[in-house]
Design a protein around this ligand. Structure first.
Ligand code: GLN
Length: 499
């Protein structure tokens, strides 16, 4: 078995015990990325030199007997909306093509402190807007589970890279489901932490009150370990929580998932089952619920009527914030400038030309929709009503968490769909997010864990916990993982014995 199929925890152990070097591991990782990327288009930038420099420095320090952080030398990838100093960051957009980040995001600083070689940046829907990675200006990422399949989005690049053993773990960002939904569609684990748990400083904003960076991995324990690395209080992000998350990896039982769940009350959300959910997904979900019951958990049906309005509220609040955050891409402050070829050249015509030529249709649609929703004459009707729904979602969740310790839902309404199948049907595309957006609106932690197969494709189960109870979320997810069909997290793809 190739070492590239091992988890980050297993790799870290091999590195610590001197069985492999970080240089050899990082080289094997880069070789596999180069070999597979033409087909998968998961990476937009591959950083051989940068990654190997870190790997060699880790090996040298280890050889010199220096104390190293536990995961030192395990390679990682970043979603391409996270600033890493001196490297290109595009956000999947022509607007930023060729832009070199002038500083490091706080999460990148934390990764560097953990001494993880960064092998590159992964493909994404333009400015993280989408559910299939087809909105990338640099072409879609292919789901390694099938050459015609979309990997979900917006973080399809990170999910596909991790699923196809190109890298053991990666970073994503989740505004309405962009870590969890691609996780479900590729058979990977993806978590959106409690809002404020991970710094957003240096992460290109989509909708600031909803955005949260999080881990993408092949196991629940790896995701927990990565969230611990990423989590820190950051004075540069005013929404950063005072205390970092701790005890996440411990909560997963680190592989010894024998724990019983007696005393734990798990809620099943009435509004997120049945209609709109594919029968194959529903069947896997029910099996996962059954497995929790077998471990002693008490299953309670809860009703959260506002969840049915969450998607509508999300598609008003999110574009409103998008319209404001995107204003900086005007060819003056940021973005590749395009001068008008006809008529007078003024600041306004230049900005119009720049935004007209450099942004894709979905991004423009959201800027227009958000600007409309915020218009003085319509503010109360649209944005104001959406904020009321947001409050309702928060209140109903708080009430639910008075009765249960965590909620479970299907992560996505269906399995991976074909590339192109939903790109013309916006409603169908947006409905992908019906199960994931409530957690962003409420700021609570939520993650997806592969739970089984439907039609030979992976199905994810979402675990939602109260704010600041990320450890509890990982605990329940680890239990689902332990009972799940392991083929749901094992992409059927060749991995050569390269290292
Ligand atoms: N699919 C959702 C959207 O298009 C979520 C995006 C995200 O989480 N970045 O808005």
């Amino acid at each position: 078995m190739s070492i590239l199929t091992l988890s980050a925890i297993e790799l870290a152990k091999k590195l610590r015990e001197g069985e492999i070097t970080s240089e050899a591991l990082t080289k094997a990782t880069l070789d596999r990325i180069h070999a597979e990327n033409e087909r998968l288009n998961a990476f937009l930038f591959i950083d051989d030199d940068g990654a190997l420099d870190v790997a060699r420095a880790v090996d040298a320090d280890r050889a010199a007997g220096k104390e190293l952080p536990p995961f030192a030398g395990v390679p990682i990838a970043l979603k391409d909306n996270i600033c890493e100093r001196g490297t290109p960051v595009t956000c999947g957009s022509k607007m930023l093509e060729g832009w070199i980040a002038p500083y490091d995001a706080t999460v990148v600083k934390n990764i560097m402190a953990a001494r993880l070689p960064i092998v590159g940046h992964t493909n994404m829907d333009e400015f993280a807007m989408g559910s299939s990675t087809e909105n990338s200006a640099f072409g879609p990422t292919v789901n390694p589970w099938g050459e015609n399949l979309a990997p979900g989005g917006s973080g399809g690049g990170s999910a596909a890279a991790v699923a196809a053993y190109l890298v053991p773990w990666a970073l994503g960002s989740d505004t309405g489901g962009s870590i969890r939904q691609p996780g479900a569609l590729t058979g990977t684990v993806g978590a959106k932490p409690t809002y404020g748990n991970i710094s957003r400083y240096g992460v290109v904003a989509m909708a600031s009150s909803l955005d949260q960076v999080g881990p993408v991995a092949r196991t629940v324990a790896d995701a927990a370990a990565l969230q611990e690395i990423l989590s820190s209080h950051d004075p540069l992000d005013s929404t950063s929580l005072p205390e970092p998350a701790t005890g996440l990896l411990d909560a997963t039982g680190e592989g010894s998932q024998t724990e019983d769940l007696s005393g734990l009350r798990i809620g099943v959300v009435k509004e997120l089952s049945g209609e709109g959910i594919e029968p194959g997904v529903e069947a896997v979900f029910e099996q996962a619920v059954e497995s929790l019951k077998e471990r002693g958990a008490q299953i309670v049906e809860v009703s959260l009527p506002s969840f049915e309005m969450a998607i509508a509220a999300y598609y008003l609040i999110m574009p409103a914030e998008v319209s404001s955050n995107m204003a900086r891409f005007d060819g003056v402050r940021y973005g590749n400038r395009v001068e008008p070829t006809e008529g007078p050249v003024t600041a306004e015509t230049m900005m119009r030309e720049t935004r007209g030529k450099m942004l894709g249709a979905e991004v423009k649609r959201r800027i227009i929709l958000g600007t409309y929703a915020l218009d003085a004459g319509r503010y109360d009707e649209f944005y104001g009503s959406a904020l009321k729904v947001r409050t309702l979602v928060q209140r109903e969740l708080a009430d639910a968490f008075a009765q249960v310790d965590a909620l479970v839902t299907p992560t996505a309404p269906g399995v991976a769909f074909e590339l192109g199948a939903k790109s013309e049907d916006l409603m169908a595309m947006y409905m992908n997010d019906m199960t994931t957006t409530p957690a962003n609106l409420a700021g609570v932690p939520a993650m997806s864990v592969p739970a089984g197969l439907a039609d030979g494709l992976p199905v994810g189960v979402q675990v939602v916990a109260p704010a600041h109870e990320d450890a509890r979320m990982y605990k329940v997810a680890a239990m689902i993982e332990a009972s799940a069909d392991p083929s749901a997290r094992t992409c059927p793809i060749d991995v050569r014995e390269d290292a």
